[in-house]
Design a protein around this ligand. Structure first.
Ligand code: FAD
Length: 317
């Protein structure tokens, strides 16, 4: 089932979460261990992130450094198919522009279509580690908008090679990312909303937000979207803080604010376990408030760990 249908058919706030493929060498069993404790809360769908290749320096036998590109977390499409088969839930694999030519994108979409997957979160992708800005493939997309348009074309049965015989249309529902505190590269919120709207006009049907720690940021973002005639579901993304380091890392990576009340509680924490408890309690309060505000779904960023998410959803759902 497509995400907009799932949301339309539900009168209450739903629960969903996002998984990362394990680091290369890891096992699908690690993924199942993350999912199992969360299945009793009936997530109607699960997201699986996509990670492009990274530039890494490897030491050669002669001591010199060699630059290599390595995909550290492969397997998004296969993991999505394995989860769908085992748990009978809908899957929302992420598809990114980074590292993909248009042809490779088309082939990935064909794979997903054959696997019976009907939802995609279409993203530009993070800037490759070791690079200062996003670099697109020569014949790839530089923005999520291009990817949205390509999926829409395939949904009409339009493949890159117009001479193909017996072309079948795909049937994907497309989600996109939204940023309550503005995308880090956008010059201002107005421009960010302008491009968000363009992606919706191109065919996107739902938005999943970047994580935020102050619900007012999300509420204001939803209001701003409405004022700009953006009327598709806006799914809030929540992540519990779990380490002291994240107080610096999360704002730096995602350009988000962490409320001073939360930072001062964390700084005063007795130990690591206490920090985790504070993060969980904060996410519980955020979730309860969002549920009261009748958001369609609360989407949790697991970062590969489900225990803290389990503690939150036990109190919220
Ligand atoms: P875009 O829509 O391309 O926007 C990027 C920037 O360009 C914005 O500032 C926007 O305002 C601007 N812009 C948009 N369109 C245009 C245009 N046509 N011309 C000029 N400017 C434009 N990253 C991963 O690598 N893998 C993942 O699995 C992943 N999952 C994510 C899930 C969620 C819910 C979110 C919120 C983010 C996720 N990301 C993931 C991170 C995401 O890829 C980055 O935030 C990336 O920097 C931007 O992606 P986007 O799809 O918003 O890009």
């Amino acid at each position: 089932m497509k995400i907009p249908e799932i949301l339309n058919n539900s009168k209450k706030t739903l629960f969903s979460f996002e998984l990362l493929p394990p680091l290369k060498g890891g096992s699908i069993k690690d993924i199942y261990k993350t999912i199992d404790p969360l299945m009793e809360f009936n997530p109607p769908y699960i997201n699986v992130t996509y990670h492009q290749e990274e530039l890494v320096l490897k030491k050669r036998a002669n001591g010199l450094l060699e630059q290599k590109t390595v995909r550290k977390r492969p397997g998004t499409v296969a993991i999505a198919a394995a989860i769908k088969n085992k748990y009978k839930v809908e899957l929302v694999p992420h598809l990114i522009c980074g590292g993909f030519t248009k042809e490779e994108t088309e082939n990935a979409l064909i794979d997903l279509n054959f696997l019976g997957i009907n939802n995609i979160l279409a993203l530009r992708g993070d800037i490759q580690s070791g690079q200062k800005s996003f670099i697109k493939e020569e014949s790839g997309h530089g923005h999520a908008m291009g990817l949205v348009k390509q999926i829409v074309e395939l949904n009409k049965g339009k493949y890159l090679d117009e001479e193909l015989f017996n072309k079948q249309a795909t049937n994907f529902s497309i989600g996109i990312a939204g940023y309550p505190e503005k995308h880090p590269e956008a010059p201002n919120m107005e421009m960010d909303i302008y491009y968000l709207k363009k992606k919706i006009e191109a065919g996107a049907e739902f938005i999943v937000t970047q994580m935020f720690f102050d619900n007012k940021k999300y509420i204001d973002f939803v209001k701003l979207c409405k004022q700009n005639d953006i009327n598709i579901p806006i799914i809030p993304g929540i992540k519990p803080i779990s380490t002291l380091k994240q107080l610096n890392i999360l704002p730096r990576i995602f350009s988000i604010d962490i409320p001073s009340e939360l930072t001062s509680e964390i700084i005063k924490a007795k130990n690591k376990e206490h920090i985790r408890e504070i993060g969980i309690e904060w996410a519980i309060n955020q979730s309860k408030e969002l549920k009261k505000a009748n958001v369609p779904v609360i989407h949790y960023y697991t970062m590969g760990k489900s225990l803290n998410i389990q503690k939150i959803v036990t109190k919220v759902f």
